[in-house]
Design a protein around this ligand. Structure first.
Ligand SMILES: *Cc1c(COP(=O)(O)O)cnc(C)c1O
Length: 394
């Protein structure tokens, strides 16, 4: 049996996969089992923020794995403390909780949001509704699926967690109306600043400001799911910085540890004391190896000029894309970019790119680019040339 046959005979078929076995990677290039090379415009869905096997990241992770790999959360480790210190410093938040994934970070955010109102207003107040947006994506657990505002995700697994209401993105009046209709019942509004899985759809500045205003006027918590947009992806450390807002709670995951599992939930002073001993936990949460990887990522992403480079490379990539005749338009910020096509199916183009040595992603009907933050202009040029030729021939 070859790898694909062996895999499929033992692993549940919960994903649609390409017939490609990746064996290794270096910087922004992946190599398959036959030695064929691929330029990486997907970074493992925005996780390999420093590319494949970045030297400083490899050193940090290997050193940690040889020193102490796991302790449980009964004890303290220096690497966790250092990572938390750096992350709070970089983001301006006061405290954080460690998990292992985006869904887990969002579960934590949801628990904090509900307990904040429970503690303050009491059980009888039933102040537990969380407003999320239509076309959002918040994860694959039953509760984060419930939070996800897309009907396609609300199937098979009934009953879903109650208490979520979906508002249309970028509709200020409708949001105000929904909050009014549910007066004193809403504990949080949770959004992605750029809907990633939903098709790279950025929120309007006026909508974000409306959320901020409603939240502060009604003691509703503003929760930002920055699992995909965080850690420099949009050219700012947090995507919220592009809008000049500071949500009460922020979840991070994907790119945070450079391609190993991590998820964190950050909270400001107002709700950083909500979780008390015994109210939440995660066995692997804050794993020292992942924290060491996270420190290596933070060292790079917060270094002088790094984020400006992300913005400039993002602009460069957008310009190059807009020069392609078959491209109708581009959306997104920094190195989180969605491409609208005049013709062709995103899935087919993605597959053709693969055959020609380029890894890209799709989101709804768009092509989606989430290259490593360390991608070079030369690599962008090479990838764009491959895409251009494919689009020309469809
Ligand atoms: C990927 C993603 C998640 C889920 O993260 P997992 O690590 O797969 O659990 C949640 N929210 C957003 C915005 C995401 O992009």
């Amino acid at each position: 049996m070859n790898t694909i046959e062996k895999f499929n005979s033992h692993v549940m078929k919960s994903y649609g996969r390409y017939d490609l076995v990746l064996e290794k990677g270096e910087k922004r290039t992946a190599v398959d089992e036959n030695g064929k090379e691929y330029i990486d415009f997907g970074s493992g869905i925005g996780t390999n923020s420093l590319g494949f096997c970045d030297d400083s990241w490899v050193d940090a992770v290997c050193t940690q794995v040889k020193t102490i790999q796991h302790t449980s959360n009964y004890y303290y480790t220096k690497v966790q403390a250092d990572f938390a210190d750096m992350l709070c410093e970089a983001t301006g938040y006061s405290k954080m909780f460690f998990g292992n994934s985006g869904a887990e970070a969002n579960e934590c955010a949801i628990k904090i949001a509900r307990k904040y109102s429970f503690d303050k207003y009491g059980k009888e107040a039933e102040r537990n509704i969380i407003i999320t947006l239509k076309n959002s994506f918040h994860g694959r657990t039953i509760t984060t699926l419930s939070a996800t505002g897309q009907d396609v995700f609300h199937n098979y697994f009934f009953p879903f967690t109650p208490g979520f209401i979906y508002a249309p993105a970028n509709d200020n009046e409708e949001l105000v109306k929904i909050v009014k209709e549910n007066e004193n019942k809403v504990c949080a509004i949770m959004v992605e600043f750029i809907q990633g899985e939903g098709g790279v759809v950025p929120l309007d500045e006026s909508f974000v400001k409306t959320i901020e205003k409603i939240c502060s006027e009604n003691d509703i918590l503003f929760v930002a799911d920055e699992v995909q947009t965080g850690i420099g992806r949009t050219g700012k450390f947090l995507a919220g910085d592009n809008y000049g807002v500071k949500p009460d709670i922020v979840s991070l995951a994907k790119g945070l540890a450079g391609g190993i599992p991590i998820g964190v939930c950050l909270a400001n002073e107002k709700c950083s004391g909500v979780l008390t001993p015994g109210t939440h936990g995660s066995t692997f949460g804050g794993n020292p190896v992942c924290c060491a990887g996270g420190i290596a990522v933070l060292n790079k992403v917060t270094s002088e000029g790094f984020l400006d480079e992300v913005s400039e490379k993002g602009e460069y990539l957008k310009e190059k894309l807009l020069e392609i005749p078959e491209v109708e338009g581009v959306d997104g910020m920094g190195l989180m970019i969605g491409v609208r096509l005049k013709k062709g199916k995103a899935g087919d183009i993605c597959k053709a790119c693969l055959e020609n040595g380029l890894l890209i992603l799709t989101a709804k009907e768009k092509l989606r680019f989430l290259p490593p933050l360390t991608i070079t202009r030369e690599e962008i040029d090479k990838g764009i040339d491959i895409l251009k030729n494919i689009l020309k021939n469809i």
